[in-house]
Design a protein around this ligand. Structure first.
Ligand SMILES: [Zn+2]
Length: 231
């Protein structure tokens, strides 16, 4: 390719078919973070590197994300049986991508990961990123579907360090709130706020988020009704 100010081409060795291919990646200098949603979705001005995180092999359809761990030996046999053999079409996702293309790439990675029975934490992260991509498209129905899937994976997930564990607990509460499971959100935010072992960072996030919901977003209740959001 000629020099492109927005993208560079990354060489990828496919872990399944072992062939090499080139795929676009967004140049970091073109991606500027200007904010963050309450579920940690980074908000970018300019290009969004999330669209290019998953590499999809144009030869066999294997989709790869750097966080995957089950990419060798017996796992490849499971992926062959449950994913590769089921593919009915080939994909060309190696150039510039629309959000639609990015959703497809992440869904393929999700199917590969599910075939290899990757850990719930990784599955939750993939589901959350698919939800974010739908949010960028203002497709609320599909966003909620994947937020629900992410929340359910996080409820079974473990992290290898304290920061990771705290992040999972916060996300469990945050995603419960976003999908409208208010009882669960209230319980988990309350636990986080009252847990002296939690870092100040996540206790503060939880307090801010719950108060923001309670005072500005929660449906108002008539006098005499039970206010389900009071804690
Ligand atoms: Zn391949």
């Amino acid at each position: 390719m000629k020099f492109n100010v927005n993208y560079y081409q990354s060489n990828v060795d496919c872990k399944y078919c072992k062939k090499t291919y080139k795929t676009y990646k967004a140049r970091p200098v073109r991606c500027k973070i200007i904010g963050e949603d309450t579920d940690f979705m980074p908000i970018y001005e300019g290009l969004n590197p999330l669209l290019y995180e998953v590499a999809v092999c144009p030869h066999c359809g294997y989709a790869y994300h750097k966080s995957m761990t089950r990419t060798y030996g017996p796992f490849l046999l499971m992926i062959e049986e449950l994913y590769i053999n089921e593919l009915k079409t080939s994909f060309d996702l190696c150039g510039e991508r629309t959000i639609e293309d990015a959703i497809m790439s992440y869904k393929l990675a999700y199917l590969v990961a599910r075939s290899a029975m990757e850990e719930p934490l990784l599955m939750g992260n993939f589901a959350l990123k698919i939800a974010w991509l739908y949010r960028l498209q203002s497709d609320e129905k599909n966003e909620l579907h994947y937020l629900q899937a992410a929340r359910d994976f996080y409820s079974k997930a473990f992290a290898s360090n304290r920061e990771g564990e705290e992040r999972i607990r916060f996300l469990h509460a945050e995603l419960s709130l976003r999908i409208g499971d208010i009882d669960e959100a209230r319980k988990e935010f309350s636990r986080i706020m009252g847990d002296r072992n939690m870092s100040n960072k996540y206790r503060k996030y939880a307090r801010n988020r719950w108060e923001d919901y309670k005072y500005t977003l929660a449906p108002t209740v008539e006098a005499g009704e039970v206010n389900e959001v009071s804690i």
